[in-house]
Design a protein around this ligand. Structure first.
Ligand SMILES: Nc1ncnc2c1ncn2[C@@H]1O[C@H](COP(=O)(O)OP(=O)(O)O)[C@@H](O)[C@H]1O
Ligand SMILES: [Mg+2]
Length: 254
């Protein structure tokens, strides 16, 4: 039995780098020999396609959540040591489900009970919303990775997200470990530096040390179904993500 770390990559804002972070984190961890399960909880399925799994009609997480399909039946090997539960068609229907009472937020948590212990890491790429899918993620995980961009609206969004997390903690009766990742960073932009400064002021212990610089390579690689280590292994972006992976493993913050 492994001590499984279960993590949601979460931010209600779209375009902040959740999927990019998940993609290169899960592959980075698996390349180090860890057993990793990635779950695509976003109906848009971008993590699924970024990992090169094109056949979304094979079915995915929605089957396990709604039809009681065994999670193993919708788990696909995508790299050495890395498996994926893709987002199949129909996942979006869960988002606005109203039947099922309070247990409808526990569907993912109940599924994970069966497979916890098989992996070193289970990492869930969340949709940019605060609907039922994200509620399911928050009931299922112990840790949250919050990708952040360097602008003021992102800061406002963060305080809202933090208060949501505090509310879930009350219901769950335990605290999350929270990790902030500064992605899409532009070192020469004054605003990026200011936002970084503010984050360090309030969240230094949560901020992973390595920031991910804005780079077109990170935007290109998903189109080829590749992670950054495959697309441009010697690039600055690949090195940054390797360093971020180490930060995350050992909890190295500012
Ligand atoms: N560091 C980065 N440099 C350049 N482009 C990035 C970077 N991080 C993300 N992107 C691009 O920005 C867009 C949004 O990123 P994505 O990871 O999909 O965000 P989210 O999952 O939060 O919606 C995508 O087109 C992605 O390729
Ligand atoms: Mg995404």
């Amino acid at each position: 039995m492994k001590q499984t770390r279960v993590i949601a990559v979460l931010n209600q804002k779209g375009g902040v780098g959740k999927t990019t972070t998940t993609l290169n984190l899960v592959h980075g961890l698996s390349r180090k020999g860890y057993e990793v399960l990635a779950m695509d909880l976003d109906p848009q399925g971008q993590l699924t396609s970024s990992l090169g799994l094109m056949k979304r009609d094979i079915g995915g997480l929605e089957k396990a959540l709604l039809n009681g399909t065994q999670i193993a039946e919708v788990t696909y090997p995508v790299r050495e040591n890395l498996k994926l539960v893709p987002a199949g068609h129909g996942l979006s229907e869960i988002e606005d489900r109203s039947e099922g009472g309070s247990s409808r937020g526990m569907m993912l948590r109940n599924i994970l009970v069966d497979i916890k212990g098989q992996y070193d890491f289970i990492i869930i790429d969340c949709p940019p919303s605060s609907g039922l899918l994200v509620v399911n993620a928050l009931f299922a995980v112990d840790e949250v990775i919050i990708p952040m961009t360097g602008d003021y609206l992102a800061l406002q969004g963060l305080s809202h997200l933090m208060s949501t997390l505090r509310n879930f903690e009350k219901v769950l009766g335990h605290k999350y470990k929270e990790w902030i990742v500064l992605g899409r960073f532009q070192a020469r932009r004054k605003l990026s530096q200011e936002v970084k400064g503010k984050l360090k002021e309030y969240f230094a212990d949560n901020m992973l040390l390595t920031e991910i610089t804005e780079s077109v390579l990170l935007a290109e690689s998903p189109g080829f179904g590749k992670t950054i280590y495959e697309y441009r292994p010697s690039s600055r972006s690949a090195k940054e993500f390797e360093s971020l992976v180490d930060d995350f493993i050992i909890g190295r913050t500012h």
